[in-house]
Design a protein around this ligand. Sequence first.
Ligand code: CA
Length: 520
Amino acid sequence: MDAPPDASRNPVMVRMHADDNVAVVANDGGLPAGTALPGGPVLLEAVPQAHKVALVDIAAGAPVLRYGVAIGRARAAVAAGRWVHERLLEPPPAPVLDGLPLATARAPALPALEGHTFEGYRNADGSVGTRNLLAITQTVQCVAGVVEVAAARIRSEVLPRFPNVDGVVALEHAYGCGVAIDAPGAEIPIRTLRNLARNPNFGGELLVVSLGCEKLQPARLLPPGSIALAAGEDAPDVVCLQDPAHVGFGSMVDRIVERARVHLERLDARRRETVPASELVVGVQCGGSDALSGVTANPAVGACADLLVRAGATVMFSETTEVRDGIAQLAARAASPEVAQAMLREMAWYDDYLRRGGVDRSANTTPGNKAGGLSNIVEKAMGSIVKSGSAPISGVVPPGDRATVRGLLYAATPASDFVCGTLQLAAGMNLHVFTTGRGTPYGLAACPVIKVATRTELARRWHDLMDLDAGRIASGEATVEETGWALFRLLLEVASGRRTWAERWGLHNQLVLFNPAPVT
Ligand code: CA
Protein backbone atom coordinates (compact mmCIF):
# COMPACT_ATOMS: atom_id res chain seq x y z
CA MET A 1 0.00 0.00 0.00
CA ASP A 2 1.18 3.52 -0.75
CA ALA A 3 1.71 5.59 2.37
CA PRO A 4 -0.84 8.44 2.54
CA PRO A 5 0.67 11.82 1.68
CA ASP A 6 1.94 13.45 4.85
CA ALA A 7 2.73 17.17 4.88
CA SER A 8 5.08 16.72 7.83
CA ARG A 9 7.42 14.41 5.89
CA ASN A 10 10.63 15.77 4.42
CA PRO A 11 10.06 16.43 0.75
CA VAL A 12 12.68 14.73 -1.44
CA MET A 13 13.04 16.44 -4.81
CA VAL A 14 15.31 15.36 -7.65
CA ARG A 15 16.65 17.96 -10.06
CA MET A 16 18.84 16.45 -12.78
CA HIS A 17 20.65 19.52 -14.11
CA ALA A 18 21.44 23.02 -12.85
CA ASP A 19 19.49 24.55 -15.76
CA ASP A 20 16.28 22.61 -14.99
CA ASN A 21 13.17 24.63 -14.16
CA VAL A 22 11.33 21.52 -12.93
CA ALA A 23 12.21 18.85 -10.34
CA VAL A 24 10.66 15.44 -9.63
CA VAL A 25 8.97 14.40 -6.38
CA ALA A 26 10.77 11.30 -5.05
CA ASN A 27 8.63 10.67 -1.92
CA ASP A 28 6.58 7.47 -1.90
CA GLY A 29 2.93 8.51 -2.15
CA GLY A 30 3.77 11.97 -3.51
CA LEU A 31 3.48 15.29 -1.65
CA PRO A 32 0.36 17.25 -0.62
CA ALA A 33 -0.52 20.86 -1.43
CA GLY A 34 1.12 23.28 0.96
CA THR A 35 4.42 21.37 1.21
CA ALA A 36 7.32 23.82 1.33
CA LEU A 37 10.09 22.58 -0.95
CA PRO A 38 13.60 23.11 0.41
CA GLY A 39 15.00 26.23 -1.28
CA GLY A 40 12.00 26.29 -3.59
CA PRO A 41 8.32 27.16 -3.82
CA VAL A 42 5.37 25.88 -1.79
CA LEU A 43 3.32 23.26 -3.65
CA LEU A 44 0.09 24.81 -4.97
CA GLU A 45 -1.49 21.38 -5.48
CA ALA A 46 -0.82 17.74 -4.57
CA VAL A 47 1.85 16.17 -6.79
CA PRO A 48 2.14 12.38 -7.20
CA GLN A 49 5.45 10.55 -6.81
CA ALA A 50 7.75 10.77 -9.84
CA HIS A 51 5.88 13.79 -11.23
CA LYS A 52 7.34 17.20 -11.97
CA VAL A 53 6.95 20.49 -10.10
CA ALA A 54 7.65 23.95 -11.57
CA LEU A 55 10.51 25.44 -9.52
CA VAL A 56 10.00 28.92 -10.97
CA ASP A 57 7.24 30.66 -12.91
CA ILE A 58 7.32 29.36 -16.48
CA ALA A 59 5.82 31.64 -19.15
CA ALA A 60 3.46 30.31 -21.82
CA GLY A 61 5.60 29.06 -24.71
CA ALA A 62 8.79 28.88 -22.62
CA PRO A 63 10.84 25.67 -22.58
CA VAL A 64 10.39 23.18 -19.75
CA LEU A 65 13.88 21.94 -18.92
CA ARG A 66 14.75 18.54 -17.47
CA TYR A 67 18.18 16.82 -17.84
CA GLY A 68 19.22 20.30 -19.08
CA VAL A 69 17.15 19.60 -22.21
CA ALA A 70 13.88 21.16 -23.40
CA ILE A 71 11.39 18.32 -23.02
CA GLY A 72 8.67 20.63 -24.40
CA ARG A 73 7.16 24.11 -24.22
CA ALA A 74 4.55 25.23 -21.71
CA ARG A 75 1.11 25.36 -23.36
CA ALA A 76 0.07 28.00 -20.77
CA ALA A 77 1.79 29.96 -18.03
CA VAL A 78 2.76 27.64 -15.14
CA ALA A 79 3.23 29.15 -11.67
CA ALA A 80 6.07 28.02 -9.42
CA GLY A 81 4.80 25.17 -7.21
CA ARG A 82 2.36 23.76 -9.79
CA TRP A 83 2.32 20.18 -11.05
CA VAL A 84 3.77 20.06 -14.60
CA HIS A 85 1.88 17.20 -16.24
CA GLU A 86 1.79 16.11 -19.87
CA ARG A 87 -1.29 18.22 -20.76
CA LEU A 88 0.75 21.36 -20.04
CA LEU A 89 3.58 20.37 -22.39
CA GLU A 90 3.90 20.80 -26.16
CA PRO A 91 6.55 18.27 -27.27
CA PRO A 92 9.32 19.44 -29.64
CA PRO A 93 9.73 17.96 -33.14
CA ALA A 94 12.22 15.08 -33.57
CA PRO A 95 15.80 16.29 -33.96
CA VAL A 96 17.08 16.15 -37.53
CA LEU A 97 19.59 13.46 -38.45
CA ASP A 98 21.60 15.57 -40.91
CA GLY A 99 24.61 17.71 -40.12
CA LEU A 100 25.27 16.32 -36.65
CA PRO A 101 28.84 16.36 -35.29
CA LEU A 102 30.04 12.74 -35.44
CA ALA A 103 32.40 11.10 -32.94
CA THR A 104 33.44 14.47 -31.48
CA ALA A 105 32.79 13.89 -27.76
CA ARG A 106 36.08 12.67 -26.43
CA ALA A 107 34.67 10.34 -23.80
CA PRO A 108 37.20 10.07 -20.97
CA ALA A 109 39.25 6.89 -21.35
CA LEU A 110 37.90 4.62 -18.64
CA PRO A 111 40.64 2.77 -16.73
CA ALA A 112 40.62 -1.00 -17.16
CA LEU A 113 38.90 -2.91 -14.39
CA GLU A 114 40.69 -6.19 -13.79
CA GLY A 115 40.30 -9.26 -11.63
CA HIS A 116 36.53 -9.76 -11.91
CA THR A 117 35.38 -13.21 -13.01
CA PHE A 118 32.36 -15.46 -13.12
CA GLU A 119 31.71 -19.18 -13.53
CA GLY A 120 30.48 -19.76 -17.07
CA TYR A 121 30.20 -22.39 -19.79
CA ARG A 122 32.79 -21.98 -22.52
CA ASN A 123 31.53 -22.74 -26.05
CA ALA A 124 33.47 -23.99 -29.06
CA ASP A 125 32.81 -20.72 -30.95
CA GLY A 126 34.54 -18.70 -28.22
CA SER A 127 31.35 -17.37 -26.61
CA VAL A 128 30.45 -18.11 -22.97
CA GLY A 129 27.09 -19.18 -21.60
CA THR A 130 25.66 -18.20 -18.22
CA ARG A 131 23.17 -21.09 -18.45
CA ASN A 132 23.34 -24.56 -19.98
CA LEU A 133 20.12 -24.95 -21.95
CA LEU A 134 18.86 -27.21 -24.72
CA ALA A 135 17.13 -25.07 -27.35
CA ILE A 136 14.72 -26.45 -29.92
CA THR A 137 14.74 -24.25 -33.01
CA GLN A 138 11.59 -24.12 -35.15
CA THR A 139 11.36 -23.07 -38.77
CA VAL A 140 7.65 -22.28 -38.69
CA GLN A 141 4.85 -21.75 -36.16
CA CYS A 142 3.01 -24.86 -37.47
CA VAL A 143 5.30 -27.17 -35.48
CA ALA A 144 5.04 -25.26 -32.18
CA GLY A 145 2.32 -27.42 -30.63
CA VAL A 146 4.17 -30.67 -31.32
CA VAL A 147 7.43 -29.18 -30.02
CA GLU A 148 5.72 -28.04 -26.81
CA VAL A 149 4.37 -31.55 -26.15
CA ALA A 150 7.83 -32.99 -26.86
CA ALA A 151 9.51 -30.38 -24.65
CA ALA A 152 7.15 -31.19 -21.76
CA ARG A 153 8.04 -34.88 -22.12
CA ILE A 154 11.76 -34.10 -22.28
CA ARG A 155 11.49 -32.02 -19.10
CA SER A 156 9.59 -34.66 -17.15
CA GLU A 157 11.11 -37.91 -18.46
CA VAL A 158 14.62 -37.16 -19.73
CA LEU A 159 15.98 -34.01 -18.10
CA PRO A 160 16.15 -35.46 -14.55
CA ARG A 161 18.90 -37.78 -15.80
CA PHE A 162 21.01 -34.78 -16.90
CA PRO A 163 21.48 -32.69 -13.75
CA ASN A 164 24.01 -30.30 -15.31
CA VAL A 165 21.48 -29.05 -17.86
CA ASP A 166 19.39 -26.09 -16.68
CA GLY A 167 16.38 -26.61 -18.90
CA VAL A 168 14.78 -27.02 -22.31
CA VAL A 169 13.74 -23.95 -24.30
CA ALA A 170 11.29 -24.29 -27.19
CA LEU A 171 12.07 -21.33 -29.45
CA GLU A 172 8.44 -20.78 -30.43
CA HIS A 173 7.61 -17.86 -32.72
CA ALA A 174 4.71 -16.64 -34.84
CA TYR A 175 6.55 -16.77 -38.19
CA GLY A 176 4.52 -18.64 -40.78
CA CYS A 177 4.20 -18.98 -44.55
CA GLY A 178 2.05 -15.84 -44.76
CA VAL A 179 5.31 -13.91 -44.67
CA ALA A 180 6.44 -12.39 -47.97
CA ILE A 181 9.82 -14.07 -47.66
CA ASP A 182 11.64 -12.06 -50.33
CA ALA A 183 10.20 -8.63 -49.44
CA PRO A 184 12.51 -5.87 -48.20
CA GLY A 185 13.01 -6.36 -44.47
CA ALA A 186 12.06 -10.06 -44.59
CA GLU A 187 15.65 -11.05 -43.87
CA ILE A 188 15.37 -9.53 -40.38
CA PRO A 189 13.19 -12.28 -38.82
CA ILE A 190 15.16 -14.97 -40.69
CA ARG A 191 18.56 -13.86 -39.42
CA THR A 192 17.00 -13.33 -35.97
CA LEU A 193 15.94 -17.00 -35.86
CA ARG A 194 19.35 -18.10 -37.14
CA ASN A 195 21.24 -16.09 -34.54
CA LEU A 196 18.83 -17.05 -31.75
CA ALA A 197 19.86 -20.67 -32.34
CA ARG A 198 23.48 -19.57 -31.78
CA ASN A 199 22.83 -17.88 -28.43
CA PRO A 200 25.74 -18.64 -26.05
CA ASN A 201 23.37 -20.15 -23.46
CA PHE A 202 22.56 -23.04 -25.86
CA GLY A 203 26.06 -24.55 -25.78
CA GLY A 204 26.50 -24.84 -29.56
CA GLU A 205 23.98 -27.71 -29.73
CA LEU A 206 21.46 -27.33 -32.52
CA LEU A 207 18.17 -29.25 -32.76
CA VAL A 208 15.74 -28.03 -35.42
CA VAL A 209 12.11 -29.05 -35.93
CA SER A 210 10.70 -28.36 -39.40
CA LEU A 211 7.26 -29.03 -40.89
CA GLY A 212 8.46 -29.87 -44.42
CA CYS A 213 6.45 -27.64 -46.75
CA GLU A 214 7.28 -24.24 -45.20
CA LYS A 215 8.77 -21.30 -47.09
CA LEU A 216 11.58 -21.00 -44.56
CA GLN A 217 13.23 -24.35 -45.25
CA PRO A 218 15.97 -25.48 -42.83
CA ALA A 219 18.54 -24.96 -45.59
CA ARG A 220 17.44 -21.33 -45.94
CA LEU A 221 17.36 -20.77 -42.19
CA LEU A 222 20.77 -22.38 -41.66
CA PRO A 223 22.71 -22.38 -44.94
CA PRO A 224 25.99 -24.35 -44.92
CA GLY A 225 28.71 -22.38 -43.18
CA SER A 226 26.27 -20.03 -41.39
CA ILE A 227 26.48 -21.88 -38.14
CA ALA A 228 29.07 -24.01 -36.35
CA LEU A 229 28.02 -27.66 -36.03
CA ALA A 230 28.86 -29.97 -33.16
CA ALA A 231 31.84 -32.28 -33.61
CA GLY A 232 30.91 -35.25 -35.80
CA GLU A 233 27.90 -33.53 -37.42
CA ASP A 234 28.00 -32.61 -41.11
CA ALA A 235 24.54 -31.01 -41.26
CA PRO A 236 22.13 -29.48 -38.74
CA ASP A 237 20.09 -32.03 -36.78
CA VAL A 238 16.61 -31.58 -38.27
CA VAL A 239 13.43 -33.47 -37.36
CA CYS A 240 10.91 -33.02 -40.20
CA LEU A 241 7.30 -33.69 -39.16
CA GLN A 242 6.15 -34.50 -42.73
CA ASP A 243 8.88 -37.12 -43.10
CA PRO A 244 6.98 -40.26 -44.31
CA ALA A 245 8.81 -42.23 -41.62
CA HIS A 246 6.52 -40.61 -39.05
CA VAL A 247 3.33 -42.60 -38.65
CA GLY A 248 1.12 -40.57 -36.36
CA PHE A 249 1.75 -37.88 -33.77
CA GLY A 250 3.41 -40.21 -31.26
CA SER A 251 6.19 -41.05 -33.66
CA MET A 252 7.00 -37.35 -34.24
CA VAL A 253 7.22 -36.68 -30.52
CA ASP A 254 9.31 -39.84 -29.98
CA ARG A 255 11.78 -38.70 -32.62
CA ILE A 256 12.20 -35.22 -31.09
CA VAL A 257 12.71 -36.72 -27.62
CA GLU A 258 15.23 -39.24 -29.01
CA ARG A 259 17.27 -36.52 -30.73
CA ALA A 260 17.06 -34.28 -27.64
CA ARG A 261 18.70 -37.05 -25.60
CA VAL A 262 21.80 -36.96 -27.85
CA HIS A 263 22.23 -33.21 -27.36
CA LEU A 264 21.44 -33.38 -23.65
CA GLU A 265 24.21 -35.92 -23.13
CA ARG A 266 26.77 -33.55 -24.61
CA LEU A 267 25.40 -30.52 -22.71
CA ASP A 268 25.41 -32.51 -19.47
CA ALA A 269 29.12 -33.28 -19.83
CA ARG A 270 29.96 -29.56 -19.65
CA ARG A 271 31.04 -27.83 -16.41
CA ARG A 272 31.23 -24.22 -15.35
CA GLU A 273 34.74 -22.75 -15.33
CA THR A 274 36.19 -19.45 -14.17
CA VAL A 275 36.15 -16.90 -16.98
CA PRO A 276 36.87 -13.15 -17.00
CA ALA A 277 33.98 -10.67 -16.70
CA SER A 278 34.84 -9.61 -20.26
CA GLU A 279 32.84 -12.64 -21.48
CA LEU A 280 29.57 -11.06 -20.37
CA VAL A 281 27.25 -9.84 -23.12
CA VAL A 282 24.69 -7.77 -21.25
CA GLY A 283 21.55 -6.39 -22.87
CA VAL A 284 19.92 -3.49 -21.02
CA GLN A 285 16.40 -2.20 -21.47
CA CYS A 286 13.54 -0.65 -19.54
CA GLY A 287 9.81 -1.34 -19.47
CA GLY A 288 6.91 0.15 -17.58
CA SER A 289 9.00 3.31 -17.03
CA ASP A 290 8.20 6.23 -14.74
CA ALA A 291 9.89 9.57 -14.13
CA LEU A 292 12.18 7.97 -11.53
CA SER A 293 13.52 5.52 -14.15
CA GLY A 294 15.82 8.26 -15.37
CA VAL A 295 16.76 9.29 -11.81
CA THR A 296 17.46 6.01 -10.02
CA ALA A 297 17.49 2.70 -11.90
CA ASN A 298 18.68 3.84 -15.33
CA PRO A 299 21.62 5.92 -14.01
CA ALA A 300 22.61 2.93 -11.82
CA VAL A 301 22.50 0.70 -14.90
CA GLY A 302 24.63 3.33 -16.68
CA ALA A 303 27.19 3.23 -13.86
CA CYS A 304 27.20 -0.58 -14.10
CA ALA A 305 27.55 -0.37 -17.90
CA ASP A 306 30.71 1.73 -17.40
CA LEU A 307 32.10 -0.92 -15.02
CA LEU A 308 31.31 -3.68 -17.53
CA VAL A 309 32.97 -1.78 -20.39
CA ARG A 310 36.01 -1.16 -18.16
CA ALA A 311 36.11 -4.92 -17.50
CA GLY A 312 36.19 -5.56 -21.25
CA ALA A 313 32.60 -6.86 -21.48
CA THR A 314 29.92 -6.10 -24.04
CA VAL A 315 26.91 -3.96 -23.16
CA MET A 316 24.04 -3.41 -25.58
CA PHE A 317 21.53 -0.58 -25.29
CA SER A 318 18.57 -0.49 -27.67
CA GLU A 319 15.00 0.79 -27.94
CA THR A 320 15.30 3.08 -30.97
CA THR A 321 12.23 5.26 -30.33
CA GLU A 322 13.47 5.85 -26.78
CA VAL A 323 16.92 7.06 -27.78
CA ARG A 324 15.96 8.83 -31.03
CA ASP A 325 15.64 12.22 -29.29
CA GLY A 326 19.16 11.89 -27.92
CA ILE A 327 20.78 11.26 -31.29
CA ALA A 328 23.01 14.36 -31.11
CA GLN A 329 24.57 13.14 -27.86
CA LEU A 330 24.89 9.55 -29.15
CA ALA A 331 26.38 10.51 -32.53
CA ALA A 332 28.99 12.58 -30.69
CA ARG A 333 29.77 9.68 -28.35
CA ALA A 334 30.44 7.22 -31.20
CA ALA A 335 34.00 5.90 -31.18
CA SER A 336 34.40 6.68 -34.90
CA PRO A 337 32.50 8.52 -37.66
CA GLU A 338 31.68 5.10 -39.18
CA VAL A 339 29.94 3.98 -35.98
CA ALA A 340 28.04 7.29 -35.83
CA GLN A 341 26.94 6.88 -39.45
CA ALA A 342 25.79 3.32 -38.80
CA MET A 343 23.70 4.62 -35.89
CA LEU A 344 22.18 7.38 -38.04
CA ARG A 345 21.38 4.82 -40.76
CA GLU A 346 19.47 2.67 -38.28
CA MET A 347 17.57 5.69 -36.90
CA ALA A 348 16.67 6.94 -40.40
CA TRP A 349 15.50 3.46 -41.37
CA TYR A 350 13.32 3.38 -38.26
CA ASP A 351 11.88 6.87 -38.90
CA ASP A 352 10.87 5.62 -42.34
CA TYR A 353 9.42 2.40 -40.93
CA LEU A 354 7.23 4.42 -38.52
CA ARG A 355 6.25 6.89 -41.27
CA ARG A 356 4.99 4.01 -43.42
CA GLY A 357 2.75 3.06 -40.50
CA GLY A 358 1.44 6.64 -40.27
CA VAL A 359 2.97 7.31 -36.82
CA ASP A 360 6.14 8.75 -35.33
CA ARG A 361 8.21 8.24 -32.20
CA SER A 362 5.55 9.92 -30.02
CA ALA A 363 3.45 6.74 -30.38
CA ASN A 364 5.89 5.12 -27.93
CA THR A 365 4.65 6.47 -24.57
CA THR A 366 1.96 4.49 -22.73
CA PRO A 367 -0.81 5.60 -20.36
CA GLY A 368 1.25 4.05 -17.55
CA ASN A 369 4.31 6.14 -18.49
CA LYS A 370 2.20 9.31 -18.29
CA ALA A 371 0.57 8.26 -15.02
CA GLY A 372 4.14 7.64 -13.82
CA GLY A 373 5.15 11.21 -14.56
CA LEU A 374 6.72 10.83 -18.01
CA SER A 375 5.05 13.56 -20.02
CA ASN A 376 6.29 12.62 -23.48
CA ILE A 377 8.86 10.73 -25.53
CA VAL A 378 11.57 13.39 -25.11
CA GLU A 379 11.47 13.11 -21.33
CA LYS A 380 11.33 9.31 -21.61
CA ALA A 381 14.28 9.28 -24.03
CA MET A 382 16.50 11.42 -21.83
CA GLY A 383 15.83 9.06 -18.93
CA SER A 384 16.32 5.97 -21.11
CA ILE A 385 19.68 6.94 -22.64
CA VAL A 386 21.41 7.14 -19.27
CA LYS A 387 21.35 3.30 -19.20
CA SER A 388 24.21 3.50 -21.71
CA GLY A 389 26.56 5.13 -19.18
CA SER A 390 29.41 7.29 -20.43
CA ALA A 391 31.66 5.00 -22.50
CA PRO A 392 32.27 5.62 -26.20
CA ILE A 393 29.88 3.68 -28.46
CA SER A 394 32.07 1.15 -30.22
CA GLY A 395 29.62 -0.55 -32.56
CA VAL A 396 26.12 -0.90 -33.98
CA VAL A 397 24.20 -4.18 -34.29
CA PRO A 398 21.42 -4.09 -36.94
CA PRO A 399 18.22 -5.92 -35.92
CA GLY A 400 18.68 -9.70 -35.95
CA ASP A 401 22.47 -9.57 -36.35
CA ARG A 402 24.96 -10.96 -33.88
CA ALA A 403 27.38 -8.61 -32.09
CA THR A 404 30.94 -9.01 -33.37
CA VAL A 405 32.83 -6.38 -31.35
CA ARG A 406 33.07 -5.75 -27.61
CA GLY A 407 32.39 -2.64 -25.59
CA LEU A 408 29.29 -0.45 -25.56
CA LEU A 409 27.08 -1.25 -28.55
CA TYR A 410 23.88 0.21 -29.89
CA ALA A 411 21.71 -2.78 -30.87
CA ALA A 412 18.99 -1.25 -33.06
CA THR A 413 15.68 -2.69 -31.86
CA PRO A 414 12.14 -1.49 -31.24
CA ALA A 415 11.41 -0.52 -27.63
CA SER A 416 8.82 -3.32 -27.19
CA ASP A 417 10.13 -5.37 -24.26
CA PHE A 418 9.60 -8.68 -26.06
CA VAL A 419 10.93 -7.64 -29.47
CA CYS A 420 13.94 -5.92 -27.86
CA GLY A 421 14.67 -8.95 -25.66
CA THR A 422 14.37 -11.33 -28.63
CA LEU A 423 16.72 -9.23 -30.80
CA GLN A 424 19.25 -8.84 -27.97
CA LEU A 425 19.19 -12.64 -27.54
CA ALA A 426 19.92 -12.98 -31.27
CA ALA A 427 22.78 -10.51 -30.83
CA GLY A 428 24.36 -12.97 -28.37
CA MET A 429 23.14 -11.64 -25.00
CA ASN A 430 23.94 -13.95 -22.08
CA LEU A 431 22.55 -11.68 -19.32
CA HIS A 432 19.70 -9.17 -19.36
CA VAL A 433 19.15 -6.12 -17.12
CA PHE A 434 15.63 -4.72 -17.06
CA THR A 435 14.55 -1.58 -15.17
CA THR A 436 10.95 -0.86 -14.28
CA GLY A 437 9.05 1.80 -12.36
CA ARG A 438 5.43 0.86 -12.93
CA GLY A 439 6.32 -2.84 -12.49
CA THR A 440 6.35 -5.76 -14.93
CA PRO A 441 7.02 -9.44 -14.15
CA TYR A 442 9.08 -9.73 -17.38
CA GLY A 443 11.33 -12.75 -17.95
CA LEU A 444 13.06 -14.68 -20.75
CA ALA A 445 13.43 -18.46 -20.96
CA ALA A 446 16.79 -18.28 -22.75
CA CYS A 447 18.65 -15.93 -20.43
CA PRO A 448 18.51 -14.66 -16.83
CA VAL A 449 16.73 -11.30 -16.46
CA ILE A 450 17.77 -9.10 -13.52
CA LYS A 451 14.97 -6.69 -12.73
CA VAL A 452 15.80 -3.35 -11.12
CA ALA A 453 13.03 -1.32 -9.46
CA THR A 454 13.12 2.48 -9.77
CA ARG A 455 11.14 2.93 -6.54
CA THR A 456 11.51 1.41 -3.08
CA GLU A 457 7.73 1.15 -2.75
CA LEU A 458 7.64 -1.14 -5.82
CA ALA A 459 10.65 -3.14 -4.61
CA ARG A 460 8.87 -3.76 -1.27
CA ARG A 461 5.47 -4.60 -2.74
CA TRP A 462 6.98 -6.86 -5.44
CA HIS A 463 9.61 -8.24 -3.06
CA ASP A 464 9.69 -11.60 -4.83
CA LEU A 465 9.87 -10.23 -8.38
CA MET A 466 12.41 -7.38 -8.21
CA ASP A 467 16.09 -8.35 -7.96
CA LEU A 468 17.49 -4.94 -6.97
CA ASP A 469 16.02 -1.76 -5.43
CA ALA A 470 17.43 1.39 -7.02
CA GLY A 471 14.81 3.54 -5.24
CA ARG A 472 17.29 4.00 -2.39
CA ILE A 473 19.06 6.50 -4.64
CA ALA A 474 16.05 8.85 -4.51
CA SER A 475 15.78 8.58 -0.73
CA GLY A 476 19.49 9.31 -0.33
CA GLU A 477 20.28 5.91 1.22
CA ALA A 478 22.59 4.88 -1.65
CA THR A 479 24.44 6.67 -4.43
CA VAL A 480 24.23 5.94 -8.15
CA GLU A 481 27.81 4.63 -8.03
CA GLU A 482 27.13 2.30 -5.08
CA THR A 483 24.02 0.93 -6.76
CA GLY A 484 25.97 0.47 -10.02
CA TRP A 485 28.56 -1.58 -8.14
CA ALA A 486 25.85 -3.60 -6.38
CA LEU A 487 24.33 -4.39 -9.77
CA PHE A 488 27.75 -5.29 -11.22
CA ARG A 489 28.36 -7.79 -8.38
CA LEU A 490 24.85 -9.19 -8.74
CA LEU A 491 25.43 -9.68 -12.49
CA LEU A 492 28.55 -11.74 -11.80
CA GLU A 493 26.67 -13.87 -9.24
CA VAL A 494 23.73 -14.45 -11.58
CA ALA A 495 26.09 -15.20 -14.47
CA SER A 496 27.67 -17.85 -12.23
CA GLY A 497 24.35 -19.59 -11.62
CA ARG A 498 22.47 -17.67 -8.90
CA ARG A 499 18.85 -17.66 -10.00
CA THR A 500 16.85 -14.47 -10.53
CA TRP A 501 13.31 -14.13 -9.17
CA ALA A 502 11.88 -14.69 -12.67
CA GLU A 503 13.89 -17.93 -12.92
CA ARG A 504 12.78 -19.09 -9.48
CA TRP A 505 9.13 -18.70 -10.45
CA GLY A 506 9.66 -19.96 -14.00
CA LEU A 507 8.35 -16.68 -15.44
CA HIS A 508 9.11 -15.93 -19.03
CA ASN A 509 7.56 -14.01 -21.87
CA GLN A 510 7.30 -15.14 -25.47
CA LEU A 511 9.87 -14.49 -28.12
CA VAL A 512 8.51 -11.92 -30.57
CA LEU A 513 10.17 -11.61 -33.96
CA PHE A 514 10.57 -8.18 -35.53
CA ASN A 515 9.15 -8.55 -39.01
CA PRO A 516 8.88 -5.26 -40.92
CA ALA A 517 7.92 -7.13 -44.15
CA PRO A 518 4.32 -7.54 -45.35
CA VAL A 519 2.32 -10.62 -44.40
CA THR A 520 0.27 -12.11 -47.23
CA1 CA B 1 11.43 -1.74 -23.48
